[in-house]
Design a protein around this ligand. Structure first.
Ligand SMILES: NC(=O)c1ccc[n+]([C@@H]2O[C@H](COP(=O)([O-])OP(=O)(O)OC[C@H]3O[C@@H](n4cnc5c(N)ncnc54)[C@H](OP(=O)(O)O)[C@@H]3O)[C@@H](O)[C@H]2O)c1
Length: 333
C-alpha cells in the first residue's frame, strides 16, 4: 500500500512515496482502504516544515474510505461501510480539554495520505448520503469548522447576516451552509472571477477586499446595521475590518491566520459594539455527526476545485498556496 511521507523539516518537493502494509486491525480497530484526502492550510504548514513533525510522517488530517476489515470487539462498523476521519480523534463530545485536542492525524500521528491503515473504530463517522469518497474527504476539517462556527457556536437563525472571508475551502462551505440556513451572506474575495462564482453559490453581496480597503465597513453597511456573525480567516490582516463589519451584539468567530498570526484590535469599538469574540478549533465527533445530518437534509454538495493523484501531493500543495483555487482541493488514490 502506497503512502506519502514528509521529511523532518518539510519541503513540498521532498514528499516521498513509500510502501506500508497495515497488517490486521487490533482489538477495537478497523482497517480502512482510504480513497481520498483534501488539503487544509494546516496540512500545508506540515508539508512546508512550518509545523515540525517526525521524519517520515504521513501527512493529511482528512480521509475518506471504505472499511475492509474489522477488529475484535468492534460492533459499530461493518466491512463495506463508507467512513471519514475526525480531526480530533479523542474529542468524542462535550467541551474541549487538552487531552481531547491531542493526536491530530498528519501531525503528531500518521495521517491519511496512505492507501490503507488501521485506526480506532471510535475515531470515524459515517459520510453524507450519496457522497463520493472525494466529496466526503472535504468535510472533517473545513466543513466541520464552518458548521461549528455557524451552528454550534454562532446559533445562526434564519434572517441573520453572515460575513465569510475569501473563497477558500472553509469559507465556501460557510457560504453554502449559511444560505441553507436562511441567512443573508456577504462574501469577500480578491478576484472578480471568484466574485461571480460566489454569487452563483448564493452570496447576496460580494466585496473585493483588495480594491476596497475598508471592506469591513462596506460589508456592515450592506446589511444596514452590521453583520451578525463574522467568520474571520485572515487573522492579523482581517481582524480590524472584521471589527468594523460586526453588528452591535454580534459575534466574530476567529478561525484562521491566512494574513498573519498577530494583529491589533481597537478595544473601545468592542466595548461599544458589545460584540463577542470566540476562537474555535474544528470540532468534536458529535458535532461531525450533527453536521452529516444537516448536510443530508440540506442536500449540500462540496465545491471541489481540482483533483490530484497521490504522487502529485506536492504539486497539490503548490497549487493550494498559489491561492488560485476556489473551494476544496482533493487528492484521490
Ligand atoms: N480554526 C480551525 O479550526 C480551522 C479550520 C480550518 C481552517 N482554518 C484556517 O482557516 C484559514 C482558511 O483555511 P482554508 O483551508 O479555507 O484555506 P484556503 O482554502 O487555502 O483559503 C485560501 C483563500 O483564502 C483567501 N485569503 C487569503 N488571504 C486572505 C486574506 N488576507 N484575507 C481574506 N481572505 C484571504 C483567498 O481567497 P480569494 O482568492 O477569494 O481572495 C484564498 O484563495 C486558514 O488560516 C486555516 O488554517 C482553521
Amino acid at each position: 500500500m502506497r503512502a506519502a511521507t514528509v521529511p523532518a523539516g518539510g519541503g513540498l518537493d521532498k514528499i516521498t512515496l513509500v510502501e506500508r502494509e497495515p497488517g490486521a486491525p487490533g482489538p477495537g480497530q478497523v482497517q480502512v482502504r482510504w480513497r481520498a484526502t483534501s488539503l487544509n492550510f494546516h496540512d500545508y504548514l506540515v508539508a512546508a516544515g512550518q509545523i515540525p513533525v517526525q521524519d517520515g510522517r504521513i501527512p493529511m488530517s482528512d480521509g475518506a474510505g471504505e472499511i475492509t476489515a474489522v477488529g475484535e470487539g468492534v460492533a459499530d462498523w461493518q466491512i463495506g461501510d463508507h467512513v471519514m476521519s475526525t480531526f480530533f480523534p479523542f474529542w468524542q463530545g462535550g467541551a474541549p480539554t487538552l487531552h481531547k485536542l491531542m493526536g491530530v492525524a498528519g501531525e503528531t500521528v500518521d495521517g491519511f495520505a496512505i492507501e490503507a491503515s488501521n485506526v480506532d473504530a471510535n475515531t470515524l463517522t459515517g459520510i453524507p448520503a450519496g457522497y463520493s469518497f472525494a466529496e466526503a474527504a472535504t468535510l472533517p476539517c473545513a466543513a466541520l469548522t464552518a458548521w461549528r462556527a455557524l451552528v454550534e457556536e454562532g446559533g445562526l437563525q434564519p434572517g441573520q447576516s453572515v460575513l465569510v472571508e475569501g473563497s477558500g475551502g472553509m469559507s465556501v462551505f460557510a457560504l453554502q451552509m449559511a444560505k441553507a440556513a436562511g441567512a443573508t451572506v456577504i462574501a469577500t474575495t480578491s478576484s472578480d472571477d471568484k466574485a461571480d462564482r460566489l454569487r452563483e453559490l448564493g452570496a447576496d453581496h460580494v466585496v473585493n477586499y483588495k480594491t476596497d480597503e475598508r471592506w469591513g465597513k462596506t460589508a456592515g453597511k450592506l446589511v444596514r446595521s452590521g453583520v451578525d456573525l463574522v467568520l474571520d480567516v485572515g487573522g492579523g490582516a482581517t481582524i480590524k475590518q472584521s471589527t468594523e463589519a460586526v453588528a452591535i451584539g454580534g459575534s466574530i468567530i476567529l478561525i484562521g491566520i491566512l494574513g498573519g498570526r498577530d494583529g491589533t484590535i481597537t478595544f473601545p469599538k468592542y466595548f461599544f459594539k458589545q460584540a463577542s469574540m470566540i476562537g474555535i478549533a474544528v470540532g468534536s465527533h458529535e458535532m461531525q455527526r450533527r453536521m452529516v445530518r444537516g448536510i443530508d437534509v440540506a442536500g449540500l454538495k462540496p465545491v471541489i476545485d481540482r483533483r490530484f493523484p497521490l504522487e502529485a501531493l506536492g504539486e497539490a500543495f503548490a497549487y493550494q498556496i498559489s491561492g488560485a483555487h476556489f473551494g476544496k482541493i482533493v487528492v484521490e488514490y
